[in-house]
Design a protein around this ligand. Structure first.
Ligand code: G1P
Length: 296
């Protein structure tokens, strides 16, 4: 049996940092080159062998559900215009019928609460959690790397993806403590959500990719609110780490925090430069812009 079959995508956030772009459109639909952020993250989950995609949405997020459905009018038009390649691309992106589920987080009570809202869809099995604000660019996706590494960790292990972060920005993230190595991973000795720099146990932050055991859901049921007054996933993970092993994986690749404007713009540049069809022309444009700006 597969180690992880289901993945959860929390997509209920308001996206206030991207207003007015996100006034009428979910932030998860902002494009990185020509694919919405959420599609990039679903691509990563698919590559890792995920079979069931669970979206925790909120009000005004209906477009995400439409994005993962067929669009007959569009398909007919593409067919009439003999745009077979575009049609084929659209079809490749579609989840198999019945493998995408949507549930709603009715109030913005935090990431921990969003995950708990998916409990009936997750059931009693390990699951992956991918935060769509974060993109990881590498030839082998971050979740696939985690699943590869998980084979050494034994059953009932929880795995988090981590990366180094400058200490000035550490208070914006969950931070882990580093214990002994375990294969490509290390034992996580502690976790703190958004600590002040002096209280950070290391410079390694939680990147937004997790493999979690279902017992986290029982803990989330009674989890009090933590940092920022929100029900924090990190706090429930701390409780779970007293009962089950937790490992950290320093993944390969570069991450982009697309919840910030600079991260989002940098992701667009980097993903465009990785595309054979776009890179040459785009590189020339960037050069021109930089020359103009530097010359000014
Ligand atoms: C969330 C998590 C945090 C993690 C971060 C990664 O925070 O709570 O532990 O480091 O995502 O982007 P948020 O960005 O929702 O404040």
């Amino acid at each position: 049996m597969k180690l992880v079959r289901k993945a959860v995508f929390p997509v209920a956030g308001l996206g206030t940092r991207f207003l007015p772009a996100t006034k009428a459109m979910p932030k998860e639909m902002l494009p990185v080159v020509d694919r919405p952020l959420i599609q990039h993250v679903v691509d990563e989950a698919r590559e890792a062998g995920i079979e069931h995609f669970i979206f925790v949405t909120g009000r005004n997020k209906g477009v995400i559900e439409d994005h993962f459905d067929r669009q007959f009018e569009l398909e007919m038009t593409l067919l009439e215009r003999r745009k077979h390649e575009a049609l084929e691309f659209l079809r490749q992106d579609l989840p198999e019928p019945g493998t995408a589920s949507f549930t709603r987080q009715q109030e913005p009570l935090g990431l921990g609460h969003a995950v708990w809202c998916a409990r009936e869809l997750i059931g009693h099995e390990p699951f992956a959690l991918l935060l769509p604000d974060v993109l990881v660019q590498h030839e082998r996706g971050c979740l696939a790397q985690m699943i590869d590494a998980a084979r050494d960790a034994g059953e009932r292990a929880n795995i988090v993806a981590v990366e180094e972060m400058a200490l000035e920005r550490i208070d914006q993230y969950g931070v882990v403590g580093v214990g002994p190595p375990k294969g490509k991973m290390f034992a996580v000795t502690g976790m703190v959500e958004k600590p002040p720099r002096e209280r950070a146990p290391s410079n390694l932050i939680l990147t937004g990719r997790y493999i979690l055991q279902p017992e986290i859901l029982t803990l989330l049921e009674t989890q009090d609110s933590g940092a920022g007054g929100e029900i924090q996933l990190t706090d429930a993970m701390i409780a779970l780490s007293r009962k089950q092993p937790f490992y950290g994986l320093k993944f390969e690749g570069r991450s982009f925090d697309c919840g910030s404007k600079i991260g989002f713009l940098a992701a667009n540049v980097s993903y465009a430069l990785a595309r054979k069809d776009i890179a040459p022309g785009f590189r020339a444009e960037i050069r021109k812009i930089l020359d103009d700006v530097n010359g000014a």
